[in-house]
Design a binder for this molecule. Structure first.
Ligand code: NAD
Length: 491
């Protein structure tokens, strides 16, 4: 495996294990080696792929303590949160593939129309080939390894670039995968944007990118030069609507959990809250109680909680804390929290009330532990606020009435939606996980990941005597009659 000798300006970490270095020329060499290997992997059966997935699972479990340490070193993520949000979902994804790969790989017979009488039709799943996976820093382990598992299940080779903002995790991923894969099958490229840029020059068979919407546009433009297919798992502002009739205690507890998990640095975190004016006080009361019970402390000593992680770096710290100042300047009130400390990039769980729609916090994806509250008069006003913004990755609705959730779902669009909870839709491997327009293209998890990394090839097998022959030229009166009858009765 490999470590960047391109620009590593943003990577400073003494604990990093020295891995083999590479030059831009090595990218080409590894790509060519993977192209050869990909031809071999096309022929692998489900048993071989299960063996590879089992090796991946074993090495993740073997390195679990090192993964926990790496994430703690990167942004003080607790071992418990690492287990829940990085290890568990990764193992679940690998296990799901192990259980179903035999079925997923099997060609699917489909109906053949009478115009092709005697022919048979099937969809065959073939690996895309050499794939590039670019991962973000916010769940730096899971969001690198879960797509990798899907790519392996589908029979591909992978060049993987983890985020430079979590260098300890990137390094342990490199060391771990180096132990079980040769570089012509899976190669890890540690390093910053210059490494990603060099990789994006290559004519991959597929690019799977998880990250921000602006960088998603750069990736899509680079892929277009080679007509490479892309999956874009992006971000956005995911709203939570609380309806008049919602159970306020339940809503507060669930929204606070989703907001403060990973200190709000979650792509599907409830970004902002839409709530009727009359319910704000009750919501804030329960939200405060919940937050204190989660972290067992008062706001002034939240820093003591080992279960509340830090903002990943100084740049994001100043971006997120500036949202508080801007919102307050525009009339918002801090209903809870508000403390920030630059020495360790700490921002307290914070609730902002009376937030103006023209505040920065209502324009950008927050990606931090701040919950802005916006009030609405009617459900249609709330829907209008959502539809004025780009389509979000997730939408959350809290209500006891099915008619209310249906009303909102029918009038809005989002990558996914959860009724009376947040985030949990991504736990079900039978649901595709992905965005729509600005929040992403394509999806993965379970069979959807397998399909993302596969080409669905159409195969039609015709009999010796094909009736299609009846429509060959010259286009005589008989041929025209056949077309007329077919148009009328068979298509
Ligand atoms: P980012 O877009 O800054 O970086 C993601 C990756 O892209 C990194 O590996 C980085 O090195 C690389 N990169 C950065 N600039 C690049 C460039 N100019 N050219 C090529 N590659 C480049 O995102 P981030 O800050 O790491 O992650 C946070 C964002 O990711 C948020 O917007 C969040 O919503 C989104 N996200 C989405 C999902 C999802 O599943 N939809 C999951 C996690 C995070």
């Amino acid at each position: 495996m490999t470590q960047a000798t391109l620009s590593t300006a943003n990577v400073s970490n003494t604990a990093v294990i020295q891995t083999k270095s590479f030059t831009p020329k090595d990218i080409d060499r590894i790509f060519n080696a993977q192209k050869k290997k990909a031809l071999e992997l096309r022929l692998t059966n489900y048993k071989t792929r299960i063996q590879k997935l089992k090796k991946l699972k074993d090495v993740v479990l073997k390195y679990q303590p090192q993964i926990q340490n790496a994430l703690h070193a990167d942004f003080r993520k607790s071992a418990g949160e690492v287990d829940i949000t990085e290890i568990l979902p990764t193992i679940a994804e690998i296990n799901d593939a192990i259980r179903h790969i035999k079925h997923w790989m099997r060609p699917k017979n489909v109906m053949t129309p009478p115009t092709l009488l005697g022919a048979t039709s099937r969809i065959v799943y073939e690996p895309k080939g050499v794939c590039l996976i670019i991962a973000p820093w916010n769940y730096p382990f899971h969001l690198a390894i879960a797509p990798l598992a899907a790519a392996i299940a589908a029979g591909n080779t992978v060049m993987l670039k983890p985020s430079e903002f979590t260098p300890n995790t990137a390094n342990i991923i490199n060391v771990m995968l180096n132990e079980i894969f040769s570089e012509d099958e899976v190669a890890v490229f540690e390093g910053d944007v210059s490494v990603a840029t060099a990789l994006l020059e290559i004519p991959f068979d597929h690019i799977f990118f998880t990250g921000s919407t602006p960088v998603g546009k750069i990736v899509m433009a680079a892929a277009a030069k080679n007509l490479t297919s892309v999956t874009l798992e992006l971000g956005g502002k995911s709203p939570s609507i609380i309806a008049e009739d919602a159970d306020m205690k339940v809503a507060a507890e669930r929204i606070m959990w989703g907001k403060f998990l990973n200190a709000g640095q979650t792509c599907v975190a409830p970004d902002y809250l839409l709530i009727p004016e009359a319910k704000v006080e009750e919501f804030v009361k329960y939200a405060k109680e919940t937050t204190e019970s989660f972290f067992k402390s008062k706001p002034e000593n939240f820093t003591a909680s080992t279960d509340f992680c830090r903002i990943v770096n100084a740049k994001n710290f100043s971006r997120v804390s500036s949202y508080i100042d801007d919102a307050v300047k525009k009339g918002a009130k801090i209903a809870y929290g508000g403390e920030v400390r630059s020495s360790d990039n700490f921002i307290a769980p914070t609730i902002l009330n009376n937030v103006s729609l023209d505040s920065k916090i209502m324009e950008d994806e927050i990606f931090g532990p701040l919950l802005p509250i916006v009030t609405y008069k009617s459900l249609d006003d709330a829907i209008h606020i959502i539809n004025e913004r780009p389509k979000p990755l997730a939408l959350y609705i809290f209500t006891k009435k099915r008619s209310t959730s249906k009303y909102v779902l029918r009038r809005t669009s989002s990558g996914g939606a959860v009724i009376n909870d947040v985030i949990l839709h991504l736990v079900n491997p039978n649901l595709p996980f992905g965005g729509v327009n600005h929040s992403g293209h394509g999806s993965y998890h379970g069979i959807f990941g397998f399909k993302t990394f596969s080409h669905e090839r159409s195969v039609l097998q015709t009999p010796k005597a094909s009736i299609a022959k009846l429509m060959y030229p010259p286009y005589s009166g008989f041929v025209r009659l056949m077309v007329k009858l077919t148009t009328k009765f068979f298509v």
